[in-house]
Design a protein around this ligand. Structure first.
Ligand code: GLU
Length: 440
Protein backbone atom coordinates (compact mmCIF):
# COMPACT_ATOMS: atom_id res chain seq x y z
CA UNK A 1 0.00 0.00 0.00
CA UNK A 2 1.14 3.54 -0.71
CA UNK A 3 2.07 5.70 2.18
CA UNK A 4 -1.09 7.16 3.63
CA UNK A 5 -1.61 10.90 3.63
CA UNK A 6 -4.23 12.67 5.66
CA UNK A 7 -5.01 16.30 6.15
CA UNK A 8 -6.54 18.51 8.75
CA UNK A 9 -8.21 21.42 7.00
CA UNK A 10 -9.44 24.05 9.43
CA UNK A 11 -10.98 27.28 8.26
CA UNK A 12 -9.30 30.07 10.21
CA UNK A 13 -12.64 31.70 10.96
CA UNK A 14 -12.64 30.78 14.64
CA UNK A 15 -10.71 29.06 17.39
CA UNK A 16 -10.18 25.33 17.76
CA UNK A 17 -13.15 23.76 19.49
CA UNK A 18 -13.74 20.30 20.74
CA UNK A 19 -15.40 19.22 17.46
CA UNK A 20 -12.62 20.09 15.05
CA UNK A 21 -10.01 19.07 17.59
CA UNK A 22 -11.52 15.60 17.47
CA UNK A 23 -11.15 15.59 13.68
CA UNK A 24 -7.50 16.59 14.06
CA UNK A 25 -6.97 13.86 16.68
CA UNK A 26 -8.29 11.11 14.41
CA UNK A 27 -6.34 12.31 11.40
CA UNK A 28 -3.10 12.70 13.27
CA UNK A 29 -3.37 9.38 15.07
CA UNK A 30 -4.21 7.49 11.91
CA UNK A 31 -1.21 8.96 10.09
CA UNK A 32 0.98 8.09 13.06
CA UNK A 33 -0.36 4.57 13.35
CA UNK A 34 0.11 3.78 9.68
CA UNK A 35 3.42 5.61 9.29
CA UNK A 36 1.86 8.15 6.97
CA UNK A 37 1.94 11.90 6.60
CA UNK A 38 -0.20 14.59 8.13
CA UNK A 39 -0.90 17.77 6.21
CA UNK A 40 -2.14 21.04 7.62
CA UNK A 41 -4.30 22.83 5.12
CA UNK A 42 -5.54 26.31 5.86
CA UNK A 43 -8.96 26.66 4.22
CA UNK A 44 -8.97 30.42 4.04
CA UNK A 45 -11.04 30.99 0.89
CA UNK A 46 -13.56 32.91 2.99
CA UNK A 47 -11.33 35.97 3.10
CA UNK A 48 -13.76 38.13 5.01
CA UNK A 49 -14.07 35.78 7.96
CA UNK A 50 -10.55 34.32 7.96
CA UNK A 51 -8.20 36.01 10.42
CA UNK A 52 -4.47 35.61 11.06
CA UNK A 53 -5.08 35.45 14.81
CA UNK A 54 -7.37 32.45 14.39
CA UNK A 55 -4.81 30.71 12.24
CA UNK A 56 -2.08 31.41 14.80
CA UNK A 57 -4.32 30.09 17.55
CA UNK A 58 -5.06 26.90 15.58
CA UNK A 59 -1.35 26.28 15.05
CA UNK A 60 -0.69 26.95 18.68
CA UNK A 61 -3.24 24.35 19.79
CA UNK A 62 -1.97 21.75 17.30
CA UNK A 63 1.56 22.28 18.61
CA UNK A 64 0.38 22.07 22.18
CA UNK A 65 -1.36 18.77 21.46
CA UNK A 66 1.92 17.54 19.99
CA UNK A 67 0.69 17.24 16.41
CA UNK A 68 3.52 17.95 14.03
CA UNK A 69 2.60 18.34 10.39
CA UNK A 70 4.74 17.05 7.57
CA UNK A 71 3.69 19.72 5.12
CA UNK A 72 1.13 22.45 4.74
CA UNK A 73 -0.74 24.56 2.20
CA UNK A 74 -2.90 27.61 2.18
CA UNK A 75 -5.85 27.78 -0.16
CA UNK A 76 -5.56 31.50 -0.94
CA UNK A 77 -2.06 30.82 -2.24
CA UNK A 78 -3.45 28.31 -4.75
CA UNK A 79 -6.07 30.41 -6.53
CA UNK A 80 -4.20 30.25 -9.84
CA UNK A 81 -4.34 26.47 -9.72
CA UNK A 82 -8.07 26.47 -8.96
CA UNK A 83 -8.72 28.90 -11.83
CA UNK A 84 -6.81 26.63 -14.17
CA UNK A 85 -8.88 23.58 -13.18
CA UNK A 86 -12.13 25.55 -13.38
CA UNK A 87 -11.27 26.76 -16.89
CA UNK A 88 -10.98 23.12 -17.98
CA UNK A 89 -14.19 22.13 -16.24
CA UNK A 90 -16.01 25.06 -17.87
CA UNK A 91 -14.77 23.96 -21.26
CA UNK A 92 -16.12 20.48 -20.54
CA UNK A 93 -19.47 21.88 -19.47
CA UNK A 94 -19.04 20.57 -15.90
CA UNK A 95 -18.97 24.06 -14.43
CA UNK A 96 -21.67 26.45 -15.58
CA UNK A 97 -22.67 30.03 -14.84
CA UNK A 98 -25.95 30.83 -13.11
CA UNK A 99 -27.63 34.20 -12.76
CA UNK A 100 -30.35 33.67 -10.19
CA UNK A 101 -30.27 36.05 -7.28
CA UNK A 102 -30.37 34.71 -3.74
CA UNK A 103 -34.00 35.86 -3.48
CA UNK A 104 -35.00 34.04 -6.66
CA UNK A 105 -33.34 30.85 -5.44
CA UNK A 106 -35.17 31.17 -2.15
CA UNK A 107 -38.53 31.52 -3.92
CA UNK A 108 -37.76 28.40 -6.01
CA UNK A 109 -36.72 26.51 -2.92
CA UNK A 110 -39.92 27.39 -1.07
CA UNK A 111 -42.08 26.48 -4.05
CA UNK A 112 -40.52 23.00 -4.21
CA UNK A 113 -40.83 22.55 -0.46
CA UNK A 114 -44.55 23.40 -0.43
CA UNK A 115 -45.05 20.77 -3.13
CA UNK A 116 -43.26 18.32 -0.86
CA UNK A 117 -40.33 18.05 -3.27
CA UNK A 118 -36.64 18.13 -2.32
CA UNK A 119 -35.21 21.63 -2.87
CA UNK A 120 -32.98 20.71 -5.78
CA UNK A 121 -31.81 23.38 -8.17
CA UNK A 122 -33.67 22.99 -11.49
CA UNK A 123 -30.68 23.85 -13.71
CA UNK A 124 -32.62 26.73 -15.19
CA UNK A 125 -29.30 28.41 -15.98
CA UNK A 126 -28.44 25.70 -18.51
CA UNK A 127 -31.48 26.71 -20.56
CA UNK A 128 -30.61 30.38 -20.82
CA UNK A 129 -30.09 31.73 -24.31
CA UNK A 130 -27.12 33.92 -25.23
CA UNK A 131 -29.50 36.91 -25.34
CA UNK A 132 -30.83 36.24 -21.87
CA UNK A 133 -27.30 35.98 -20.54
CA UNK A 134 -26.32 39.19 -22.27
CA UNK A 135 -29.38 40.88 -20.77
CA UNK A 136 -28.47 39.73 -17.27
CA UNK A 137 -24.90 40.91 -17.71
CA UNK A 138 -26.14 44.27 -18.93
CA UNK A 139 -28.36 44.51 -15.89
CA UNK A 140 -25.17 44.18 -13.87
CA UNK A 141 -25.79 40.64 -12.66
CA UNK A 142 -22.62 38.67 -12.03
CA UNK A 143 -22.76 34.90 -12.38
CA UNK A 144 -22.12 32.36 -9.70
CA UNK A 145 -20.99 28.94 -10.85
CA UNK A 146 -22.22 25.45 -10.19
CA UNK A 147 -20.64 22.07 -10.67
CA UNK A 148 -22.81 19.83 -12.83
CA UNK A 149 -23.39 16.43 -11.35
CA UNK A 150 -23.75 13.50 -13.73
CA UNK A 151 -26.74 11.22 -13.31
CA UNK A 152 -26.06 7.91 -11.63
CA UNK A 153 -25.32 6.28 -8.32
CA UNK A 154 -22.44 7.59 -6.24
CA UNK A 155 -21.09 5.05 -3.75
CA UNK A 156 -18.18 4.57 -1.44
CA UNK A 157 -17.17 2.36 1.45
CA UNK A 158 -16.90 4.62 4.42
CA UNK A 159 -14.45 3.54 7.11
CA UNK A 160 -17.00 4.48 9.76
CA UNK A 161 -20.41 4.43 8.08
CA UNK A 162 -19.88 1.39 5.91
CA UNK A 163 -21.33 1.33 2.41
CA UNK A 164 -22.78 4.71 1.38
CA UNK A 165 -24.90 5.26 -1.66
CA UNK A 166 -26.42 8.40 -3.16
CA UNK A 167 -28.46 8.90 -6.29
CA UNK A 168 -26.99 11.98 -7.99
CA UNK A 169 -30.45 12.98 -9.19
CA UNK A 170 -31.39 13.65 -5.56
CA UNK A 171 -28.55 16.13 -5.15
CA UNK A 172 -28.37 19.75 -6.21
CA UNK A 173 -25.46 20.90 -8.34
CA UNK A 174 -23.24 22.57 -5.75
CA UNK A 175 -22.31 26.21 -6.09
CA UNK A 176 -18.54 26.36 -6.31
CA UNK A 177 -17.86 30.02 -7.07
CA UNK A 178 -19.78 32.92 -5.56
CA UNK A 179 -21.03 35.95 -7.41
CA UNK A 180 -18.02 37.95 -6.23
CA UNK A 181 -15.70 35.38 -7.80
CA UNK A 182 -14.63 33.78 -4.49
CA UNK A 183 -14.45 30.03 -4.16
CA UNK A 184 -16.59 27.97 -1.89
CA UNK A 185 -14.80 25.20 -0.11
CA UNK A 186 -15.93 22.17 -2.16
CA UNK A 187 -13.89 22.27 -5.32
CA UNK A 188 -10.65 23.76 -3.93
CA UNK A 189 -10.73 21.03 -1.32
CA UNK A 190 -10.94 18.35 -3.99
CA UNK A 191 -8.20 19.95 -6.11
CA UNK A 192 -5.93 20.12 -3.06
CA UNK A 193 -6.69 16.60 -1.93
CA UNK A 194 -5.91 15.39 -5.42
CA UNK A 195 -2.77 17.50 -5.96
CA UNK A 196 -1.31 16.63 -2.56
CA UNK A 197 -2.11 12.94 -2.90
CA UNK A 198 -4.40 12.73 0.12
CA UNK A 199 -5.36 9.09 0.59
CA UNK A 200 -7.78 9.34 3.52
CA UNK A 201 -10.27 12.06 4.34
CA UNK A 202 -11.42 11.91 7.91
CA UNK A 203 -13.97 14.54 8.84
CA UNK A 204 -17.32 15.10 10.48
CA UNK A 205 -20.44 13.44 9.15
CA UNK A 206 -21.86 16.87 8.38
CA UNK A 207 -19.80 16.52 5.20
CA UNK A 208 -21.41 13.29 3.98
CA UNK A 209 -23.50 14.87 1.22
CA UNK A 210 -20.52 17.00 0.21
CA UNK A 211 -18.65 13.75 -0.23
CA UNK A 212 -21.14 12.47 -2.76
CA UNK A 213 -20.68 15.58 -4.90
CA UNK A 214 -16.94 15.70 -4.27
CA UNK A 215 -16.49 12.15 -5.52
CA UNK A 216 -17.78 13.34 -8.89
CA UNK A 217 -15.40 16.30 -8.69
CA UNK A 218 -12.45 13.98 -8.12
CA UNK A 219 -13.50 12.01 -11.15
CA UNK A 220 -14.04 15.15 -13.24
CA UNK A 221 -10.53 16.43 -12.57
CA UNK A 222 -8.97 13.00 -13.10
CA UNK A 223 -7.98 12.62 -9.46
CA UNK A 224 -7.89 9.49 -7.37
CA UNK A 225 -10.88 9.25 -5.04
CA UNK A 226 -9.55 8.91 -1.48
CA UNK A 227 -10.94 6.73 1.28
CA UNK A 228 -13.50 8.45 3.48
CA UNK A 229 -14.23 8.22 7.17
CA UNK A 230 -17.07 10.35 8.50
CA UNK A 231 -17.06 10.77 12.24
CA UNK A 232 -20.44 10.96 13.98
CA UNK A 233 -20.84 14.45 15.38
CA UNK A 234 -20.71 15.04 19.09
CA UNK A 235 -23.83 16.02 20.94
CA UNK A 236 -24.30 17.83 24.21
CA UNK A 237 -25.30 15.95 27.29
CA UNK A 238 -28.95 16.87 26.81
CA UNK A 239 -28.87 14.89 23.59
CA UNK A 240 -29.06 17.73 21.14
CA UNK A 241 -26.25 19.49 19.40
CA UNK A 242 -25.59 22.53 21.44
CA UNK A 243 -24.11 25.76 20.21
CA UNK A 244 -21.97 25.97 23.28
CA UNK A 245 -20.48 22.57 22.66
CA UNK A 246 -19.60 23.43 19.09
CA UNK A 247 -17.74 26.44 20.32
CA UNK A 248 -16.23 24.98 23.47
CA UNK A 249 -12.76 26.37 23.02
CA UNK A 250 -9.74 24.21 23.54
CA UNK A 251 -7.84 27.33 24.57
CA UNK A 252 -10.19 27.71 27.50
CA UNK A 253 -9.85 24.06 28.47
CA UNK A 254 -6.09 24.42 28.34
CA UNK A 255 -6.21 27.54 30.49
CA UNK A 256 -8.29 25.62 33.01
CA UNK A 257 -5.58 23.00 33.28
CA UNK A 258 -6.93 20.24 31.04
CA UNK A 259 -3.92 18.35 29.68
CA UNK A 260 -3.43 17.92 25.93
CA UNK A 261 -2.94 14.17 26.28
CA UNK A 262 -6.09 13.93 28.38
CA UNK A 263 -8.04 15.64 25.59
CA UNK A 264 -6.49 13.33 22.98
CA UNK A 265 -7.12 10.19 25.05
CA UNK A 266 -10.70 11.24 25.73
CA UNK A 267 -11.61 12.25 22.18
CA UNK A 268 -9.97 9.23 20.55
CA UNK A 269 -12.13 6.81 22.56
CA UNK A 270 -15.34 8.77 22.96
CA UNK A 271 -18.10 7.03 21.02
CA UNK A 272 -16.06 3.87 20.50
CA UNK A 273 -16.63 0.45 22.00
CA UNK A 274 -13.46 0.93 24.06
CA UNK A 275 -13.14 2.39 27.52
CA UNK A 276 -11.83 5.92 27.86
CA UNK A 277 -8.51 5.47 29.57
CA UNK A 278 -5.51 7.68 30.09
CA UNK A 279 -2.76 7.37 27.50
CA UNK A 280 0.49 9.10 28.27
CA UNK A 281 1.93 9.43 24.81
CA UNK A 282 0.54 9.90 21.34
CA UNK A 283 2.45 6.95 19.92
CA UNK A 284 0.73 4.43 22.20
CA UNK A 285 -2.62 6.10 21.69
CA UNK A 286 -2.09 5.96 17.92
CA UNK A 287 -1.32 2.25 18.04
CA UNK A 288 -4.61 1.70 19.86
CA UNK A 289 -6.66 3.56 17.24
CA UNK A 290 -9.24 1.50 15.41
CA UNK A 291 -11.81 3.38 13.35
CA UNK A 292 -13.97 0.28 13.11
CA UNK A 293 -14.61 0.56 16.86
CA UNK A 294 -16.36 3.86 16.33
CA UNK A 295 -20.14 3.56 16.65
CA UNK A 296 -22.63 5.13 14.30
CA UNK A 297 -24.55 7.04 16.92
CA UNK A 298 -23.58 10.52 18.00
CA UNK A 299 -21.55 10.37 21.19
CA UNK A 300 -22.43 12.66 24.06
CA UNK A 301 -19.71 15.01 25.06
CA UNK A 302 -19.80 16.37 28.58
CA UNK A 303 -17.24 18.96 29.60
CA UNK A 304 -17.51 17.90 33.24
CA UNK A 305 -16.70 14.31 32.31
CA UNK A 306 -13.61 15.49 30.46
CA UNK A 307 -12.51 17.45 33.53
CA UNK A 308 -13.06 14.48 35.82
CA UNK A 309 -11.12 12.33 33.38
CA UNK A 310 -8.36 14.94 33.35
CA UNK A 311 -8.07 14.74 37.13
CA UNK A 312 -7.81 10.98 36.92
CA UNK A 313 -5.14 11.46 34.28
CA UNK A 314 -3.18 13.89 36.48
CA UNK A 315 -3.31 11.42 39.39
CA UNK A 316 -1.37 8.86 37.40
CA UNK A 317 0.71 11.16 35.24
CA UNK A 318 4.34 10.00 35.13
CA UNK A 319 6.95 12.47 36.36
CA UNK A 320 8.75 12.39 33.02
CA UNK A 321 5.78 14.06 31.40
CA UNK A 322 5.57 17.01 33.74
CA UNK A 323 9.12 17.50 34.92
CA UNK A 324 9.81 20.37 32.53
CA UNK A 325 6.78 22.27 33.70
CA UNK A 326 7.06 21.96 37.46
CA UNK A 327 9.59 22.82 40.09
CA UNK A 328 9.57 19.52 41.92
CA UNK A 329 11.51 16.30 41.97
CA UNK A 330 10.05 12.89 41.25
CA UNK A 331 9.49 12.01 44.88
CA UNK A 332 7.56 15.19 45.46
CA UNK A 333 5.50 14.75 42.30
CA UNK A 334 4.62 11.18 43.15
CA UNK A 335 3.66 12.22 46.66
CA UNK A 336 1.27 14.96 45.65
CA UNK A 337 -0.11 14.07 42.21
CA UNK A 338 -2.96 12.05 43.72
CA UNK A 339 -4.19 15.19 45.43
CA UNK A 340 -4.16 17.50 42.44
CA UNK A 341 -7.08 18.45 40.27
CA UNK A 342 -4.83 20.01 37.68
CA UNK A 343 -1.03 20.02 37.46
CA UNK A 344 -0.94 23.70 38.37
CA UNK A 345 -2.31 22.87 41.82
CA UNK A 346 1.12 21.51 42.69
CA UNK A 347 2.05 25.12 43.47
CA UNK A 348 -0.14 24.93 46.54
CA UNK A 349 1.83 21.96 47.86
CA UNK A 350 5.13 23.54 46.92
CA UNK A 351 4.11 26.50 49.01
CA UNK A 352 3.23 24.26 51.93
CA UNK A 353 6.57 22.47 51.78
CA UNK A 354 8.87 25.31 50.87
CA UNK A 355 7.30 28.61 51.74
CA UNK A 356 5.47 29.82 54.76
CA UNK A 357 1.91 29.14 55.81
CA UNK A 358 -0.21 29.99 58.81
CA UNK A 359 -0.79 26.74 60.71
CA UNK A 360 -4.17 25.86 62.17
CA UNK A 361 -4.04 24.66 65.73
CA UNK A 362 -7.00 22.49 66.60
CA UNK A 363 -5.71 20.69 69.68
CA UNK A 364 -3.01 22.74 71.29
CA UNK A 365 -2.15 20.19 73.93
CA UNK A 366 -1.58 17.55 71.30
CA UNK A 367 0.46 19.72 68.93
CA UNK A 368 2.59 21.03 71.82
CA UNK A 369 3.32 17.45 72.79
CA UNK A 370 4.09 16.55 69.19
CA UNK A 371 6.45 19.53 68.96
CA UNK A 372 8.27 18.36 72.08
CA UNK A 373 8.62 14.85 70.69
CA UNK A 374 9.67 15.87 67.17
CA UNK A 375 12.80 13.79 66.45
CA UNK A 376 16.07 15.35 65.32
CA UNK A 377 16.99 15.24 61.65
CA UNK A 378 17.98 13.48 59.37
CA UNK A 379 14.48 12.42 58.43
CA UNK A 380 13.17 9.87 56.04
CA UNK A 381 9.82 8.34 55.19
CA UNK A 382 9.89 6.29 58.43
CA UNK A 383 10.28 9.33 60.65
CA UNK A 384 6.61 10.24 60.74
CA UNK A 385 5.43 6.84 61.95
CA UNK A 386 8.12 6.57 64.64
CA UNK A 387 7.24 10.04 65.85
CA UNK A 388 3.51 9.35 65.82
CA UNK A 389 3.98 6.17 67.83
CA UNK A 390 5.57 8.28 70.53
CA UNK A 391 2.86 10.94 70.42
CA UNK A 392 0.18 8.25 70.47
CA UNK A 393 1.72 6.55 73.50
CA UNK A 394 2.00 9.76 75.48
CA UNK A 395 -1.32 11.36 74.49
CA UNK A 396 -3.39 8.16 74.20
CA UNK A 397 -5.00 9.68 71.11
CA UNK A 398 -5.25 7.75 67.91
CA UNK A 399 -6.79 7.77 64.46
CA UNK A 400 -8.39 10.96 63.28
CA UNK A 401 -8.09 12.58 66.71
CA UNK A 402 -4.37 12.22 66.44
CA UNK A 403 -3.67 12.78 62.78
CA UNK A 404 -6.11 15.53 61.93
CA UNK A 405 -4.69 18.17 64.30
CA UNK A 406 -1.18 17.27 63.18
CA UNK A 407 -2.14 17.65 59.53
CA UNK A 408 -3.86 20.98 60.16
CA UNK A 409 -0.83 22.28 62.02
CA UNK A 410 1.68 21.11 59.43
CA UNK A 411 -0.25 21.96 56.27
CA UNK A 412 -3.27 24.10 57.22
CA UNK A 413 -5.28 21.74 54.98
CA UNK A 414 -8.05 19.25 55.67
CA UNK A 415 -6.64 16.65 53.32
CA UNK A 416 -3.58 16.02 51.28
CA UNK A 417 -0.74 13.69 50.51
CA UNK A 418 0.47 11.27 53.13
CA UNK A 419 2.11 13.09 56.02
CA UNK A 420 4.96 10.61 56.15
CA UNK A 421 5.98 11.85 52.70
CA UNK A 422 5.28 15.49 53.38
CA UNK A 423 7.08 15.69 56.70
CA UNK A 424 10.64 15.29 55.37
CA UNK A 425 9.80 17.74 52.58
CA UNK A 426 8.62 20.34 55.09
CA UNK A 427 11.74 19.84 57.25
CA UNK A 428 12.23 20.10 61.00
CA UNK A 429 12.56 23.85 61.32
CA UNK A 430 9.23 24.66 59.67
CA UNK A 431 7.46 21.66 61.20
CA UNK A 432 8.48 22.68 64.71
CA UNK A 433 7.32 26.27 64.29
CA UNK A 434 4.02 25.22 62.75
CA UNK A 435 3.32 22.78 65.59
CA UNK A 436 3.96 25.68 67.96
CA UNK A 437 1.39 27.74 66.08
CA UNK A 438 3.85 30.05 64.37
CA UNK A 439 3.73 31.11 60.76
CA UNK A 440 6.58 29.28 59.02
N1 GLU B 1 -12.48 23.59 6.01
C1 GLU B 1 -13.45 22.53 6.03
C2 GLU B 1 -14.15 22.53 7.36
O1 GLU B 1 -13.57 22.99 8.33
C3 GLU B 1 -12.77 21.21 5.79
C4 GLU B 1 -13.68 20.08 5.58
C5 GLU B 1 -12.93 18.86 5.09
O2 GLU B 1 -12.26 18.25 5.92
O3 GLU B 1 -12.99 18.55 3.93
O4 GLU B 1 -15.29 22.11 7.46
Amino acid sequence: MDKIKVRFAPSPTGYMHIGNTRTAVFNWLLAKKLGGEFMLRIDDTDVLRSKPEYEAAIRDILNWLGFKWDFEARQTARMGRYDEVVAKLKAQGRVYPCYETAEELEVMRKRLMTKGLPPIYDRGALKLTAEQIAAYEKEGRRPHYRFKLLPGIIEWDDMVRGHCRYDASNLADPVIIREDGSYLYHLPSVIDDSDFGITHIIRGEDHVTNTAAQIQMFEAIGGRVPQFAHLPLLTGKEGKLSKRLGSLGVRELRAEGVEGMAICSFLAKLGTSEAIEPYYDLETLAQSLDLSKLGRSQPKFDEEELKIFNTKYVHTLPYQMVKDRIDADEEFWNAVRGNLKVVEDIKEWEKICRQSIVPQIEDKELTDLAAALLPPEPWNSETFNLWMNEVKAQSSKKGKELFHPIRKALTAQENGPELKILLPLIGREKALKRLQGQEA
